[in-house]
Design a protein around this ligand. Sequence first.
Ligand code: PLP
Length: 399
Amino acid sequence: MAFKPANNIQDLQYFGEFGGVNPSISDSSTYTFLSAKTMFDTFEGNADGCYLYSRHSTPSNLYLGEALAAMEGTETANVSASGMGAITPTILQLCGAGDHIISSRTIYGGTYAFFKNFTPRFNIKTTFVDITKLDSVEAAITKHTKVLYCESVSNPLLEVADIKSLSEIALRHGLKLVVDNTFSPLSISPATLGADIVIHSLTKFINGSSDTVGGVVCGTQEFINNLRNVNDGASMLLGSTMDSLRAASILKNLRTLHIRMQQHSKNGLFLAEKFEADGLKTVYPGLKSHPSHDLFKRMMNEAYGFGGMLTIDVGSLEKANELMELMQHRNLGYLAVSLGFYKTLFSAPGSSTSSEIPEDEQKEMGLSDGLIRFSIGLDADIERTYNMMHQCMVELKIV
Ligand code: PLP
């Protein structure tokens, strides 16, 4: 039977303490205990259902975590203060000194910088590979490898990872497959394809209103318990905890994610087809010209489409900047990083969100100067938007 992530979210019911249709927000950093013994047991991790201190867990954070776990089909989840606050403890929980990571070379710039510049301080080394070449992934495995890391749809090149095949490789070699699914919530369900751990930056589509940062790690109860362990849990000890008020507001936004993703995807496909027909070098997983179009189709939960992210290449950074400034001037979107907003957002990743990646490596992976990354908004009349964008491109002699 097909996996229905939105149904799984919808079927969860949480009521407020007075029967409110939204759960009450736990506005407390600490919790009382009726007996000293229960407090001790809670510290030891033996008192299920008791709250101790809000860096560890809160009712509001657990509600949001359970809804996201239901969406991803994992046993449970742990929410965090940001996407990086989900990624970094996960890696540090799985790896110690001497361990090795294999990562896709096209990933979010912050994650890339963490692997390239930060984890080597702890003698954790990373080999970056072309994740679409399964042979080179397998060839990079050493006896020290612990983690295989990728994004379902990569930032910013929109490469698509073959999660099922990667999970088979991971299983054969005893590795953990960690997948960042930020670009394709609902459309792709990595855990159902074999990923061990699924991460999101909630800052993007899931929250959808560009008013907060947030993150989540979805996985087994055992792994999430490990992350929260008071003695050696990386989430507990590094402290990137989400605030309860935010958890409550993100949960409310999550309720409309399925409708938003459908509209992002509808608008994304419309614009991608038009841009490609205009002769622009366009990358969008929903286009037949995308090298992994068929793979995406095999993996996707069809109702949610190919997502809201696309790129075009306008030849040079100068042209890219001119076009973005003109589109912003005409109120077609914002020249801004991030994604998943109601309004279209555009940026040139080479000089912004991927600037952590050295120029020569950017070139090698195909990240060109003239690349513009679009997060397509929820525009009610996407044909009008296209016509206005086309006009900008004509005026700048891009098409
Ligand atoms: N993963 C991806 C794919 C991202 O695009 C980002 C941020 O841009 C992150 C993780 C990091 O998330 P945050 O900014 O919420 O820490």
